[in-house]
Design a protein around this ligand. Structure first.
Ligand code: GSH
Length: 221
């Protein structure tokens, strides 16, 4: 089973966290998103030209949420993707929410504060940061309210929903907490202490440990 990934990709990260937790062995190929050759190869396995992509038994699967669900199906006795229509609907709800709303709002800060200077050599745009602050405030509040009296996003234990939502916080030091608007936004809304803890646990255990940003980085998010 093979995963095409980039260690700086939060979408790949949530897949790796899932595989690690499930005890599934993944062979990994790092895609340098800044290399035209790697991008050409990536386009051959994913028409969106994005990581992650899973290759298993002749099947190519892209979209991190779909890959996480597929991995869970391969692991007997797993609890990350609980059985039952309602329980799965609840996990699916947060998976879609993570990909559709929460990750993109965090991604504005990651791009502006972390990636932009490496990819474009330019400084963060205050207008974009303000847009990010408004979006993140909206979604962080949803998370906060939901987690007010709960330890985990779904049910009574860790599910893949917690990995999906926490993965984009991998840059919390670099892109979010230390930098102005996002720091204020996060401080005001505290988007889930538990999510933060999951993120930290993931950072310690994920197959691709959290990297510090260096000029030598090999791709963009
Ligand atoms: N919806 C996709 C998003 C994948 C995605 O945006 N991947 C980023 C890395 S985090 C990427 O490969 N970007 C390369 C590019 O857009 O050029 C998923 O959940 O897998």
């Amino acid at each position: 089973m093979h995963l095409y990934h980039n260690p700086f990709s939060s979408n790949a990260r949530r897949v790796m966290m899932t595989a690690l937790h499930l005890g599934l062995k993944l062979d990994v190929t790092e895609i340098n998103l800044g290399s035209p050759d790697d991008r050409r190869r990536l386009a051959e396995i994913n028409p969106n030209v994005k990581v992650p992509v899973l290759e298993h038994d002749g099947m190519l699967l892209w979209e991190s949420g779909a890959i996480m669900q597929y991995l869970a199906e391969l692991a007997p006795q797993q609890t990350l993707y609980p059985e039952g229509r309602r329980a799965r609907a609840d996990v699916n709800r947060w998976l879609f929410w993570a990909c559709q709303h929460f990750s993109p709002s965090v991604g504005i800060f990651t791009w502006e504060n972390v990636w932009k200077k490496f990819v474009e050599g330019t400084e963060p745009d205050p207008v974009e940061l303000a847009r990010g602050a408004a979006e993140l405030a909206q979604y962080a509040q949803v998370l906060d309210q939901h987690l007010e009296n709960r330890e985990w996003l779904c049910g009574e234990g860790l599910t893949m929903a917690d990995f999906a939502v926490s993965a984009p916080l991998m840059y919390i030091d670099d892109g979010l907490v230390r930098k102005g608007a996002a720091a204020a936004c996060l401080a005001a809304h505290q988007p889930g202490l538990v999510i933060y803890q999951v993120m930290l646990a993931g950072a310690q255990s994920a197959a691709s440990p959290r990297h510090t940003m260096e000029p030598s980085l090999s791709g963009h998010p």
